[in-house]
Design a protein around this ligand. Structure first.
Ligand SMILES: [Mn+2]
Length: 318
């Protein structure tokens, strides 16, 4: 059985789906995508008729536009092969299509892409590897990390450290490590002592936070931090903990990428909906975490100061 998986490139929730798929399917092709390129990728997959070479097609931890879903809905051959498994609130609208399964919360609490895919695989293709404790524990760590419950409910730093392993090693090595750990052990264990990396990462983020700018943007008190996108969650969390009353949100700006500037937003208190804020700039996400991006146009200058970057991003995209 030839299976095709399109999953989210960004974090361990997207990669967790790939790990599970590799535990189950022998003939699996996987690719990793950003939220903003998935429509284009699926469109090409349809137009080139590449889908004819596969029996089952999954899109996990990602979703597609209404327009594309409508197109799929009238392509019966494709429609019968594809399944979208996602947990993002704004994708619930897709549930009117038989090929979409978007669940934000179930009896266990908030879902993640990996937890939904796991449930689906257990229902349909359960095998020995999938039924192991190590697999379900891995899935739960990913869910806790992706929903931030490791912090707000479980105080489970293993979930954070799992995400940091991914940041350190990248998709390929992380996936290999996870498959090995799950296959070789009955209970899931983090593969190595990562303490040095953890400490240096905390120190680095503290330095970024130290250099923050305090700005009022759309009437929200923003801590604006310049840092690599990888550290967005850590920095958001630090601001929340260290300055519980000073900010509504943290904005993390990564100017290091070519062609575009990814901007991540994290709420700094429980009353701010950062998804609403991101939508002003054409972005999206959840109430507590969202993102948008700004292209580096012809008027962009690499030597912009931080203040000039802030002006460029928030004046340009309004
Ligand atoms: Mn996710």
């Amino acid at each position: 059985m030839k299976v095709r998986l399109f999953t989210h490139i960004k974090d361990i929730d997207g990669i967790g789906c790939a790990v599970l798929a590799r535990l189950i399917f022998h003939d699996i092709t996987i690719s990793y995508h950003e939220v903003y390129d998935i429509n284009q990728i699926i469109k090409e997959f349809i137009d080139t008729k590449e889908y004819r070479g596969y029996e089952i097609i999954y899109i996990t931890d990602l979703n597609i536009s209404d327009e594309l879903a409508g197109e799929i809905n009238i392509l019966s051959e494709f429609k019968n092969k594809i399944m979208i498994l996602d947990h993002h609130m704004h994708a619930v609208r897709l549930n009117k299509y038989c090929f979409a399964n978007v669940i934000v919360e179930d009896e266990k609490g908030q879902c993640s892409g990996t937890s939904l895919f796991y449930k689906h695989l257990c229902d349909k293709y359960a095998n020995e590897l999938l039924m192991k404790n190590s697999t379900s524990q891995f899935v739960e760590l990913v869910r806790q990390q992706d929903t931030w419950k490791w912090k707000t409910k479980y105080n489970n730093y293993d979930a954070r450290d799992l995400a940091w392993l991914f940041d350190k090693y990248g998709i390929d090595k992380f996936s290999e490590d996870m498959i090995r750990v799950i296959s070789e052990n009955e209970e899931f264990e983090l593969p190595l002592n990562n303490i040095e990396y953890i400490n240096s990462r905390i120190k680095l983020c503290e330095e970024f936070v130290e250099k923050r700018y305090s700005k009022l943007i759309h009437n929200k008190r923003c801590a604006v931090v310049f840092a690599e996108n990888t550290y967005r969650n850590d920095i958001g969390e630090m601001i929340r903990e260290i300055y519980p009353n000073n900010y509504d949100m943290t904005i993390i700006i990564d100017t290091s990428k070519e062609g575009e500037i990814p901007i991540s937003i994290r709420s700094a208190n429980d009353n701010t909906d950062v998804n609403e804020f991101a939508e002003i700039y054409g972005g999206r996400g959840h109430t507590k975490a969202a993102a948008f991006k700004v292209y580096k146009g012809e008027d962009y200058i690499e030597s912009f100061t931080d203040e000039q970057h802030i002006a460029y991003i928030f004046n340009k995209s309004e």
